[in-house]
Design a binder for this molecule. Structure first.
Ligand SMILES: [Zn+2]
Length: 275
């Protein structure tokens, strides 16, 4: 006979300590499609960001982190199983940013790190900096993540014998002023309410953003996990752009970002294959 009989109540065997949950990190390559980000000196930000993000994910996975990308190609971000938003322009960008946040929230990520490079009108401005938001319930974690990313990139560039120009960690609270008001970066900041007038003022349409016919405003879903946005050098600086085109420098920066994330997670980044 089959043991135990189907009707028997079988006590569960004593379970060992449940396996620790693997840390989850969502890595976000900034920009996509018609919004290319900063571009100069043969560096196009959306492409460079994706290359960095793929490197960072590989480094994290090698350390046992469940690392995910918000996009793996030049497409709008979308939740698993969903189609990316097809709209271009400001509408498409906003939906794309919301999808990136949704991915991090759905993954219940331990950290959400967006990778970008900077651009400035003044070509002498160079270096790396990291943004965080100070108005979230977990803002101390945001700042800690930003600081570790910043210091990780500094240490990694210096360790590779490359120039590092650390510019610090920056509260993004008023980084994107519009219409006389302060706004943080969308993916880092608190929930925001965008009414029809603001949508038009920003060059979008309520329909493009998915407003119902009688819907007066759209309330965004903010990141519910610690998040930071790292700016890896200025593509507008000839010196920085040369580093962004250099394989060894790209490798060093990716390792620096991974190191910052691993430090944030409490995983030793300095042993076992580290360099
Ligand atoms: Zn960017």
């Amino acid at each position: 006979m089959v043991w135990p009989p189907a009707s028997a109540t079988v006590a569960a065997p004593p379970s060992p300590t449940p396996a620790a949950r693997r840390p989850v990190v969502v890595v976000d390559p900034g920009h996509a499609v018609d919004e290319v980000g900063a571009a100069a000196y043969a560096v196009v930000e959306k492409e460079s960001n994706l290359d960095f993000a793929v490197r960072v994910v590989a480094l994290l996975r090698a350390r046992g982190v469940d690392a995910l990308l918000t996009r793996t190609a030049d497409v709008r971000a979308a939740l698993p199983g969903q189609e990316p938003a097809r709209t271009t322009g400001w509408d498409g960008q906003r939906l794309d940013l919301q999808a990136r946040v949704d991915i991090a929230n759905a993954a219940k990520a331990d950290a959400f790190v967006s990778i970008h490079s900077n651009g400035a009108a003044d070509s002498s401005i160079r270096g790396h900096e990291v943004y965080y938001n100070s108005a979230r319930p977990f803002s101390a974690q945001n700042k800690r993540l930003a600081t570790l990313l910043h210091d990780g990139v500094t240490a990694s560039l210096q360790g590779a014998g490359l120039p590092a120009t650390p510019r610090g960690v920056i509260d993004d609270d008023c980084l994107k002023p519009f219409g006389g008001r302060c706004y943080p970066l969308f993916i880092l900041g608190p929930s925001r309410t965008t009414d029809r007038a603001e949508v038009y003022a920003r060059g979008g349409t309520p329909e493009g953003l998915g407003f119902a016919p009688d819907q007066p405003a759209l309330v965004s879903r903010p990141s519910e996990v610690p998040a930071a946005l790292v700016e890896l050098l200025f593509v507008s600086s000839p010196d920085d752009a040369a580093l962004l085109r250099d394989e060894a420098a790209r490798d060093a920066m990716a390792r620096g970002v991974a190191r910052g994330i691993l430090d944030f997670l409490g995983i030793d980044s300095t042993t076992q294959g580290g360099r």
